[in-house]
Design a protein around this ligand. Structure first.
Ligand code: CP3
Length: 336
């Protein structure tokens, strides 16, 4: 599988391609299935419908990888924390006060439907399309749990100084739960797994080491010990100058890059031969036209000869025209 070969360090050309949030609201067929499911969480927990929306962008655009349709916040919900998605507002959780609310033993029973979605997908996907399992990174998931929503994560930041022991306890539970959750996805047929540490960039260096690198390292070490040959992608978004330490320190096979990271600078600080993933600005996919064409060509030139997975630097937004996605796929695929 071309996608997995690149994770092993092969410089395939043209590079394999998928897009973060490739299943989503920019597709009318997604909106239709989501309406049928009723709400977003019900869609994540309905294996037949989650399978269908995972497959939609594969059928339409032929991406090299499919990502399981679920959300990083399903795991805290499975551990016992409340979760709802307010229409047009994003996730809302009751800010965590008491760690005894989180019950590791109950989680697997709640996320069973997600694992069933993985099994169904491995059966229904073309054999040359990689299936990516995923979870949120512990620091990112903890940030949503402690603040109760996205945004500045001010409570998380205050707690990380004022009550570091509390934050550590939450991270430890999440690290253990994430190992079990991802391990179940691999057993069910995921070909590789990605850890979305999307808010890694809010932590200063000492905390970045303790709250981001160390839990990510534990997760990759535990999973690789259990599943020999498993490949993992880490996405420490907005890591800035901490990227190299993250890449060396976590044992990931590849790192995802956000759009503000210079890809050559990233390559210089990562282990030689490590695959990189990214990092087109999602706004260009909305704009299309000459701006998109020029940026795609420039990115392709920057990654030529290196193991690379073509992607955006963050998820597709709902306002992206499908024709622009089709054009992006064409530009990458036709690249000589
Ligand atoms: O196609 C895919 O990439 C797979 C599915 C996926 C979703 N969320 C579906 C989703 C994945 C991998 C995620 C990860 C995720 N979820 C992250 C990490 C990546 C990132 O974007 O930084 C985060 C931070 C979340 C939490 C989350 N979920 C937020 C902040 C939101 C609201 C933002 C928005 O776009 O509305 C969600 C909702 C969400 N997750 C949607 C989808 C398709 C939109 C829900 C809908 O249909 O209304």
């Amino acid at each position: 599988m071309k996608f997995l070969n690149v994770l092993e360090g092969e410089a395939a050309w043209p590079p394999p391609l998928w897009l973060m949030r490739q299943a989503g609201r920019y597709l009318p067929e997604y909106r239709e299935v989501r309406a049928k499911a009723g709400d977003f969480i019900s869609l994540c927990l309905n294996p037949a419908l989650a399978e269908e929306v995972t497959l939609q962008p594969i059928r339409k655009f032929g991406f090299d990888a499919a990502i399981l349709f679920s959300d990083i916040l399903i795991l805290p919900m499975a551990l016992g924390q409340g979760l709802r998605f307010a229409e047009g507002e994003g996730p809302r959780l009751p800010p965590l006060e008491d760690i005894s609310l989180l019950k590791l033993e109950r989680a697997a029973g709640v996320y069973t439907p997600v694992i069933e979605t993985v099994s169904r997908l491995r059966q229904s996907l073309p054999t040359d399309t990689a299936l990516i399992g995923f979870a949120g990174g512990p620091a990112t998931v903890a940030s949503y749990m402690l603040d109760g929503q996205g945004g500045g994560f001010y409570r998380t930041k205050e707690l990380s100084y004022a009550r570091p022991g509390f934050v550590r306890d939450v991270l430890n539970i999440l690290t253990d739960a994430t190992i079990e959750y991802l391990s179940a996805q691999v057993d069910a047929g995921a070909d590789c797994v990605m850890l979305f540490e999307s808010w890694a960039g809010i932590f200063p260096p000492a905390q970045f080491r303790e709250f981001v690198i160390e839990p990510n390292r534990k997760i990759s070490a535990a999973l690789k010990a259990r599943h020999s040959g498993l490949r993992m992608i880490g996405f420490p978004r907005l890591a800035g100058l901490m990227l190299g330490e993250y890449a060396y320190g976590t044992g990931m096979d590849a790192v995802g890059l956000d759009s503000v990271t210079d890809i050559r600078a990233a390559r210089a600080v990562c282990p030689p031969g490590m695959a990189l993933q990214g990092n087109l600005d999602p706004l260009l996919l909305k704009l299309g036209g000459e701006a998109l064409e020029a940026a795609v060509r420039a990115l392709l030139e920057d990654v030529r000869g290196f193991p690379h997975i073509f992607n955006l630097g963050h998820g597709i937004t709902p306002d992206v025209p499908q024709a622009h996605v089709a054009r992006l796929v064409e530009l990458v695929r036709q690249s000589k």
